[in-house]
Design a protein around this ligand. Structure first.
Ligand code: ADP
Ligand code: ASP
Ligand code: MG
Length: 412
C-alpha cells in the first residue's frame, strides 16, 4: 500500500480533543487506502516548560541530560495518539525514536539524522497495522543515549521518514493553513502562498520563519520529498495548504518572496582586539567549542593595531559565549578590553530567488527602514537574501513596512 507521512505540531495535539480531531484526519487517509506514519510533537507549551526546568536546574546544562528531559513530551502524545486511533478501530502502534531506531550523530540538542531502518515498521504494516505513530524530535546517538534534533525538530523527523519510506507525500499539519509571505501573526496583510520553492523556504526557515525547521526543508530538497504545509483545524481538500517544490514548478513569483524575522538575537562586541593574523580563528574556535552558533560577523577597520569585532548569536547562548570569551580574554595574543552584549536585537530578512537577477533590493530595503527611523546595526547578504540586525522594539514595524514596500500582499 502507498505510504503517507502526516505530522501534527504542538497546537494540533494540544489536548485530547485536538488529538481526536487529528486522529480523525488520519482515519480519512487510512480509509483512502494509505498506510500512514504519523509523527507527533509534544503538546503545545510542553517543550518550553521542559526546557525551562532544565535551565532553572542547570544554566550551562549537560546536553545529554537536556535531551533526556526535553524529548519526553513527544512520548506522551505518541502513546495517546496510538490509543485514540485504536479506540476508532484503526490498528495503530506507537514508537519512540530509539525503538525505530532513528539513529543520529552525537550532537546532543542539535543532532542530525544518520539512518532510519524501515524493516521494523514495514513488517508491522505487513501484519495489518495501518498507522505507525512515531514520537518526533528524538533519536538515539552512537553512545546509546537519547538525542533531540533541535527546536522544531519534528518537522525533520517527518521529512526523514517520508524519504526513508518513499512516502507519496509528507503533510505537515500546523496552526496556520500554509506558508505565508511573512508570519501572519505579526502582519495582517500576509498572503498565503500556493507554492514556494525549496531554496526560498530554506532561507525563510533558517532566518526564523518557524513554520518548518530548516533541516526538514534541506532533506525534502535533497530527497525530492513532496512536502505540504496545511492546517489541522480546517477540512482539507487534496490541494489545500502550500506545496514546497522545485523552482521549475512555479510559473511566476515576486522578486521578494517573503520576509522573515528572528526575535531572540543578541549582538556581542569585543572591544579593542589585537588586529593580527589568527585572531578571528582563536575567537570563533573558542565560541564553536562552547557550542555557540555564531551568525553574523563584522570586523571594524583597525586603528593603531587594534579593532572591534562584532558577532550575533541566539540570546539563549549569550551566557555560554561570555564564558568562552572570558576564558580567552587574557590570552597573550588577543588581549581585548571588554565584551559588550546587546540582548535586545532582532534580525529581519527579505528573501527571494528573483534577487539573483534583479538589483536594487538592498537599497530599497535600507530606504524603507530609514524612512521608519530604524537604525541598522549589522548587515549580511547572500545571493537570495538580505538580513539586518535592528533594535527588537522595531521588529514588527520593520516586517510590516517591508511587506508593504515590496507589495507582498499582491501576487505577481
Ligand atoms: P507547530 O507547532 O505546528 O510545529 P510552529 O509554531 O512551529 O507550529 O510553526 C507555525 C507557526 O509559524 C505559525 O503559527 C506562525 O506564527 C509561524 N510562522 C512564521 N513565519 C511564517 C510564515 N512565513 N508562514 C506561516 N507561518 C509562519
Ligand atoms: N516539541 C519540539 C519543540 O517544541 C519539537 C517540535 O515540536 O517540532 O521544539
Ligand atoms: Mg514547529
Amino acid at each position: 500500500m502507498p505510504i503517507l507521512v502526516m505530522k501534527f505540531g504542538g497546537t494540533s495535539v494540544a489536548n485530547l480533543d485536538r488529538i481526536r480531531r487529528a486522529a480523525k484526519r488520519v482515519g480519512v487517509e487510512v480509509a483512502k487506502g494509505y498506510d500512514v506514519i504519523v509523527i507527533v510533537s509534544a503538546m503545545s507549551g510542553k517543550t518550553n516548560e521542559l526546557v525551562g526546568w532544565v535551565n532553572e536546574t542547570s544554566p550551562l546544562f549537560d546536553a545529554r541530560e537536556y535531551d533526556a528531559v526535553v524529548s519526553s513530551g513527544e512520548n506522551v502524545t505518541a502513546g495517546l495518539m496510538a490509543l485514540t486511533l485504536q479506540e476508532m478501530d484503526v490498528p495503530a502502534r506507537s514508537w519512540q525514536g530509539w525503538q525505530v531506531p532513528l539513529k543520529t550523530n552525537d550532537s546532543h540538542a542539535a543532532a542530525r539524522i544518520e539512518e532510519i531502518p524501515t524493516d521494523n515498521i514495514l513488517a508491522k504494516f505487513g501484519e495489518g497495522m495501518r498507522v505507525a505513530v512515531v514520537a518526533g524530535f528524538q533519536g538515539i546517538g552512537p553512545d546509546g543515549r537519547i538525542t533531540t534534533l533541535g527546536r522544531g525538530g519534528s518537522d525533520t523527523t517527518a521529512v526523514a521518514f517520508a524519504a526513508a519510506f518513499e512516502a507519496e507525500r509528507c503533510d505537515i499539519y500546523t496552526d496556520v493553513d500554509g506558508v505565508y509571505t511573512t508570519d501572519p501573526r505579526i502582519c495582517s496583510k500576509a498572503r498565503k502562498l500556493d507554492k514556494i520553492a525549496f531554496e526560498e523556504m530554506l532561507e525563510l526557515a533558517s532566518l526564523g520563519a518557524k513554520v518548518l525547521q530548516t533541516r526538514s526543508v534541506e532533506l525534502a530538497m535533497r530527497f525530492g520529498v513532496r512536502l505540504r504545509v496545511l492546517s489541522s483545524f480546517e477540512e482539507q481538500s487534496d490541494d489545500a495548504g502550500t506545496l514546497v517544490c522545485a523552482e521549475e514548478d512555479i510559473m511566476e513569483s515576486n522578486v521578494v518572496a517573503g520576509v522573515a524575522y528572528s526575535r531572540d538575537e543578541a549582538k556581542l562586541t569585543l572591544i579593542s582586539v589585537a588586529d593580527r593574523p589568527g585572531i578571528a580563528a582563536i575567537i570563533f574556535s573558542a565560541l564553536s567549542d562552547a557550542g555557540v552558533n555564531v551568525d553574523m560577523i563584522v570586523q571594524n577597520i583597525a586603528e593603531e593595531g587594534r579593532t572591534d569585532m562584532t558577532f550575533s548569536c541566539p540570546t539563549s547562548e549569550v551566557a555560554r559565549a561570555e564564558q568562552a570569551l572570558a576564558a580567552i580574554k587574557d590570552d597573550g595574543v588577543l588581549n581585548f578590553a571588554e565584551v559588550i552584549a546587546d540582548e535586545a536585537v532582532a534580525k529581519i530578512s527579505v528573501v527571494g530567488i528573483g534577487m539573483r537577477s534583479q538589483s536594487g533590493v538592498a537599497a530599497r530595503m535600507f530606504k524603507v527602514l530609514s524612512d521608519e527611523g530604524i537604525n541598522i546595526k549589522v548587515i549580511t547578504t547572500s545571493e537570495i537574501k538580505i538580513s539586518v540586525l535592528i533594535d527588537r522594539k522595531y521588529m514588527e514595524l520593520a516586517v510590516q513596512a517591508l511587506h508593504d514596500a515590496f507589495e507582498l500582499d499582491k501576487a505577481s
